[in-house]
Design a protein around this ligand. Structure first.
Ligand SMILES: NC(=O)c1ccc[n+]([C@@H]2O[C@H](COP(=O)([O-])OP(=O)(O)OC[C@H]3O[C@@H](n4cnc5c(N)ncnc54)[C@H](O)[C@@H]3O)[C@@H](O)[C@H]2O)c1
Length: 480
């Protein structure tokens, strides 16, 4: 099936009204209507722009004699423009107004999509104040009334939301639920090691530290949807990994008949989108190591003033973020590396992140080698393409029935801490892109081999039934 055929995928965003959510929706709406708009800022002030999929490698074609850039047209990838987009938020702000308030995109574009976006549905979110920074509590009014609901009833509520969305939007492809909501504090769930334990706790117990993200992820698994954890909290773990395994969900039907579940392939991916500064760090340190230098100090700072950063002014949520930021180079075992990260909340900057990283390494005869990088970009402009690509990859791999481990490895480049079957992979950005290419080739070669086997079997049947002569079989085999 080609991407432009009727493969309409679903993208369900937890945190739809946040900067990432509304930026994605604005791009999708602009593409749908083929809008054009004038750029408001410098550089490029006054330039007339049209929608594009910059940064979405699943939507861009390869470029140049050696390829590179994108994968559109190389594999049968779904079209982002044809995707159905929806989701949940705990804030009631209409989506067009939220887009206006976050000041990520040019006003001339915002002006054109605001009214339509204001009319789009925001599903009520599952909220537990203890998991978010205090700064988020006052606006959390658009919430499911969970006071009298068990965890299991909350899961059932979200499952119904997913089913209603797929039916209303006539989704024909795979649906992916993406956590693009605020970072949660870590949940105390280390003792939940199996899917059976998780289901039992959700069904029978109230006194457990279950985060909203675990509720959404469980609901996604049981509906046969993928779940992508774009935040840095510890949602993913062994119990959820089991639940996303198709073989487990198939046996679950027999073991727990009261837990009706989908038997479609689905993936659990994360943790924390590797969007800008961290992605470049993993390319830069890969380069330094490939030169044979020894990285000694990476002093990294960034400052911005969006709501995500405001949430991180709370120590518990900040700890969750710093855990993943600090761990990114782990598998390289650079014992002498002093990696320092500082983040600053400066409201005046809004969503425009400025990051500065100084890399100091030792070179020939222990002489120093220092590089400095400075990057500016709207944070959501960096992150939204990863949200789109993750949903398109999940659909592609689900259609090819690819097992969870290769999918985790292929998509590791999207995350700061690749999880599941990708735990401990090489953090290098280029290495990870190569793994993506390798897995894509393996998946499509396997599909081609399956096709060939099918054709061979059919021809032999034709021969046995006397419909085809041996000569015709040989000629048809040569054609196939
Ligand atoms: N923008 C980037 O470059 C980038 C990179 C990596 C990771 N992330 C992560 O992506 C997430 C979103 O970033 P953002 O800038 O859009 O943040 P944001 O604060 O603008 O949006 C988050 C939204 O989530 C909503 N929310 C919180 N808890 C919810 C719940 N339980 N259910 C439903 N909605 C809920 C909030 O009301 C808010 O509207 C954050 O976790 C952030 O750390 C962003």
């Amino acid at each position: 099936m080609s991407g432009s055929d009727s493969n309409k995928i679903g993208i369900l965003i937890v945190g739809l009204g946040g900067n990432n959510g509304v930026t994605l929706l604005a791009g999708h709406t602009a593409a749908k209507h083929g809008l054009s708009w004038e750029s408001g800022g410098c550089p490029g002030k006054g330039r007339v722009s049209a929608p594009n999929w910059g940064g979405c490698i699943t939507q861009l074609p390869p470029k140049g004699v050696h390829g590179g850039v994108g994968f559109q047209g190389v594999y049968d990838l779904a079209s982002a423009q044809e995707a159905a987009v929806g989701g949940w938020d705990i804030r009631p702000t209409p989506l067009g107004d939220a887009l206006y308030e976050c000041r990520v995109l040019d006003y001339d574009l915002v002006r054109q999509v605001r009214e339509e976006m204001n009319s789009m549905e925001i599903k009520k979110g599952i909220y537990n104040s203890t998991f978010l920074g205090e700064t988020q509590h006052a606006t959390a009014t658009h919430i499911v009334d969970t006071a009298s609901l068990s965890f299991w009833q909350q899961v059932e509520h979200i499952r119904k939301d997913i089913r209603d969305f797929n039916a209303a939007q006539q989704v024909t492809g795979h649906t992916t639920v993406i956590w693009s909501a605020s970072v949660e504090r870590p949940a105390d769930v280390a003792h939940i090691q199996t899917a059976q334990q998780l289901l039992k706790i959700l069904k029978d117990t109230a006194a457990q530290d279950i985060s909203p993200s675990m509720i959404y992820a469980t609901a996604a698994a049981l509906e046969g949807c993928s779940f992508v954890n774009g935040g840095s909290q510890n949602t993913l773990g062994p119990a959820l990994n089991f639940l996303f395994e198709l073989s487990f969900r198939t046996t679950l039907l027999e073991q727990e008949p009261d837990t009706a579940t989908s038997t479609k392939p689905a993936y659990l991916l994360g943790t924390d989108f590797k969007a800008g500064q961290t992605k470049f760090k993993t390319a830069a340190v890969e380069y330094i190591r490939a030169l044979g230098l020894t990285p000694r100090v990476i002093a990294s700072s960034n400052h911005l003033g969006n709501n995500d950063m405001l949430n991180l002014t709370s120590q518990t949520t900040l700890n969750a973020k710093m855990r993943v930021k600090h761990s990114i180079f782990g598998p390289w075992n650079e014992q002498d590396l002093d990696h320092q990260v500082k983040v600053m909340y400066v409201p005046f900057m809004g969503d425009e992140k400025r990051d500065v990283v100084e890399y100091t390494s030792t070179a020939f005869l222990h002489q120093e080698h220092t590089m400095l990088t400075y990057t500016r970009c709207m944070d959501s402009v960096l992150c939204v393409p990863l949200m789109i690509d993750s949903a398109v990859w999940c659909d592609f791999f689900a259609r090819h029935n690819t097992a969870s481990n290769p999918v985790a490895k292929a998509t590791a480049y999207l995350f700061k801490i690749p999880e599941g079957g990708a735990q401990g992979v090489d953090p290098g950005f280029h290495h990870q892109m190569e793994t993506l290419r390798t897995v894509l080739k393996q998946v499509t070669n396997a599909a081609a081999t399956d096709d060939k086997k099918g054709v061979d079997e059919l021809l032999l049947k034709g021969l046995a039934a006397g419909i085809l002569s041996q000569e015709q079989v040989n000629q048809l085999k040569a054609l196939a």
